[in-house]
Design a protein. Structure first.
Length: 396
């Protein structure tokens, strides 16, 4: 009968702590929303279009102008500059005015008619990985279409051929490439659905540190955790678990109900995965705080730990190509195990038991939980010794 009033009293105390700590209140309310909206605003267009490029036309022929129009006709590129030399184009690329340029050589049209296979050189900045991939695909598509047209006209010029047969000789094998799970190549669906969970992990770890720091500052370690430290720590953090789960469920509803992105699995399985992820993140936040009882140092540890979350997820870079250190670090990040469940449910529609198996490594966070309890007892023992020494000094 006494546990319910005690729980209500403790929840009331936590609410008072949250009201006094503006940073903690921000992390639990408006700050995650603002970060999520900011990330979505960056990628809201979804598909990159009209990337500015330049063409250096040294041929100045009808055929080179046709090729330039093919470049400009692609949805991904827009020819914004026609320059006189490759040096001018290179300078524009360095200054960021364009992302790529093509050099059409002298005597381009004559060499095509002679069958000499002239070379069109394309240069782009590969440091912009996603933009480089789009530009490369667009150039290949435009150049392939142009080559097919030239070959078809050449076959028709021989006579005694229909247009279909001439095109068949120009393109004996036609390919059809269909992207799975993201048919429109929507970068918002591809990136935002991974970046926001990574930010959510950071919010949980940071908020946990702020919660513990505020309780330590308001109550003191001895008054707060002196008896049954594990149970007292659990009671302190448990009121915040629904808040973090609400944040996670909110972005799931935003993605798959609001934006109506494809969902082939179950939201319930994702919520279960979020529960395990939330607990794991709170364990790591507690571990970082009780390492030193210094919020600033704990934040530094948390920042170093969670900073590479998005890079190590395996969304933009395959896990199999990561080195041993990166794979090890990835295994330590709670969000890496969650994102496996999210991908398996959203894209593949996997069975729930197959997805839940991805969460088995989360049991490894019992180790930092045990270490956290040991650290609490160590700090309590040190505080007790300090109090005894001060008492002896006062008596003497």
């Amino acid at each position: 009968m006494s546990s319910a009033p005690s729980t209500r009293v403790h929840s009331s105390r936590q609410w008072q702590i949250v009201r006094r700590d503006k940073w903690l209140l921000s992390c639990l309310t408006w700050l995650p929303i603002a970060l999520a909206i900011s990330i979505w605003a960056v990628f809201s267009q979804g598909i990159a279009r009209d990337i500015p490029i330049a063409v250096v036309d040294l041929s100045h022929s009808e055929m080179s102008r046709t090729l330039t129009r093919y470049y400009d006709a692609t949805s991904s590129m827009a020819v914004t500059k026609q320059l006189q030399s490759a040096n001018q184009a290179e300078q524009a690329l360095i200054e960021g005015d364009i992302y790529a340029y093509a050099v059409i050589p002298h005597n381009f049209e004559q060499d095509v008619y002679k069958g000499l296979n002239p070379q069109v050189s394309v240069f782009y900045n590969s440091q912009f990985i996603l933009i480089g991939k789009l530009i490369n695909s667009a150039f290949v598509q435009a150049q392939g279409t142009f080559n097919a047209q030239v070959a078809t006209l050449a076959n028709l010029s021989h006579g005694n051929q229909t247009f279909s047969s001439a095109m068949g000789k120009a393109l004996p094998i036609r390919t059809k490439i269909t992207p799975l799970f993201n048919k429109n190549s929507n970068y918002a669906q591809f990136l935002v659905s991974a970046i926001i969970p990574a930010l959510w992990q950071i919010v949980i770890v940071v908020s946990t540190i702020l919660i513990l720091a505020a309780n330590h500052r308001q109550q003191g370690l001895n008054k707060w955790l002196v008896s049954e430290p594990f149970e007292r720590l659990l009671v302190t953090l448990s009121p915040y678990i629904p808040i973090f789960l609400l944040q996670g469920f909110a972005f799931l509803c935003w993605f798959y109900l609001g934006f109506e992105w494809p969902m082939n699995g179950s939201l319930f399985v994702l919520v279960v995965a979020q529960l395990f992820t939330t607990i794991a993140c709170m364990i790591m936040g507690s571990f970082f705080f009780f390492m030193t009882l210094d919020p600033a140092r704990a934040m530094s540890f948390a920042g170093a730990f969670t900073a590479p979350s998005f890079a190590f997820m395996g969304i933009t870079f395959p896990v199999t190509d990561m080195n041993t250190l990166a794979q090890f670090w990835r295994s330590l990040l709670p969000i890496s195990h969650y994102i496996e469940v999210q991908v398996s449910q959203v894209s593949y529609g996997a069975d729930w038991h197959a997805s839940i198996q991805e969460l088995l490594p989360v049991l490894g966070y019992l180790l930092p939980l045990a270490l956290t309890v040991l650290l609490i007892k160590k700090h309590l023992h040190a505080a007790s010794l300090t109090a005894q020494i001060q008492q002896q000094e006062q008596q003497s």
